[in-house]
Design a protein around this ligand. Structure first.
Ligand SMILES: C[S@@+](CC[C@H](N)C(=O)[O-])C[C@H]1O[C@@H](n2cnc3c(N)ncnc32)[C@H](O)[C@@H]1O
Length: 227
């Protein structure tokens, strides 16, 4: 099955996120801004960056290297048109976070907002652990379930409906387990509630060790047992 994200026009996605019933675009950018203010990283990556929601916050906060990654080449092209001239140090990559990722220089903060709902979590975390510097931070924003409500809020943008076939809400506790297996230690968690009543979990992790599978591969290459 083709990934539905590849068939959703950016105008539909952004129209949906900004619509009053959804109202999530601003919250996602504001949470990113708060992280930038708290930790002042110079090199940052947004995984599942769409058209660059929040990129302006990074520029204002003095980020000197901003990496945007998204599976949809059209989104990446639009983000480039919007920001390439105004954000120095912008690197945009069309890539699948659960597939073969380009070999990128690691960053101090990775922000992954509403993307784990669409990927194989352990696989994506393994890739993200390679994108994150040792002792670097990973901030993950997850959607929480709301009783009696569709996971994808109905809106006038019909193309978004296809997402319900692949979207899986990730329990925050499951994310912690998978993140720990990928070498991250959990630092904090907070719940965000929108006016609509929809809730989100923002979880912060620090990369404390390289991915165990990487460690095994490195040890095997050196000819000794990692344990
Ligand atoms: C719900 S949107 C979140 C967008 C963004 N974080 C924001 O602030 O609006 C999910 C984004 O993740 C991207 N995405 C989905 N699966 C992906 C994958 N496997 N690898 C990279 N990006 C992916 C989609 O194309 C989309 O832009």
């Amino acid at each position: 099955m083709t990934n539905p994200w590849l068939a959703i026009p950016l105008t539909d996605y952004e129209g949906h996120m900004a619509s009053p019933a959804v109202g999530q675009a601003e919250m996602l950018a504001n949470e990113f801004e708060a992280l930038l203010k708290s930790y002042a990283p110079k090199a940052v990556a947004l995984v599942g960056c769409a058209g660059g929601n929040g990129f302006d916050k990074a520029a204002e906060a003095g980020v000197t290297r901003l990496v945007g990654i998204d599976i949809n080449a059209g989104y990446i092209a639009d983000a480039k048109n919007r920001y390439a001239d105004t954000i120095p140090g912008l690197e945009l990559h069309c890539a699948d976070i659960q597939g073969d990722m380009p070999d990128l220089q690691a960053v101090e903060l990775v922000y992954a907002a509403l993307v784990f709902e669409y990927v194989d979590v352990p696989v994506a975390l393994r890739n993200i652990s390679r994108l994150c510097r040792s002792n670097g931070l990973l901030a993950v924003l997850l959607q929480l379930p709301k009783q009696g409500a569709d996971a994808v809020t109905p809106s006038s943008f019909a193309s978004l409906k296809e997402l319900s076939f692949i979207m899986r809400l990730v329990p925050p506790g499951d994310l912690v387990h998978s993140a720990e297996a990928a070498g991250f230690a959990s630092l904090s968690q907070k719940t965000i509630t929108l006016q609509s009543g929809k809730q989100f979990s923002l979880q912060l992790f620090r990369l404390t060790s390289s991915c165990p599978q990487d460690a095994e591969a490195i040890s095997a290459a050196r000819g000794h047992d990692p344990t």
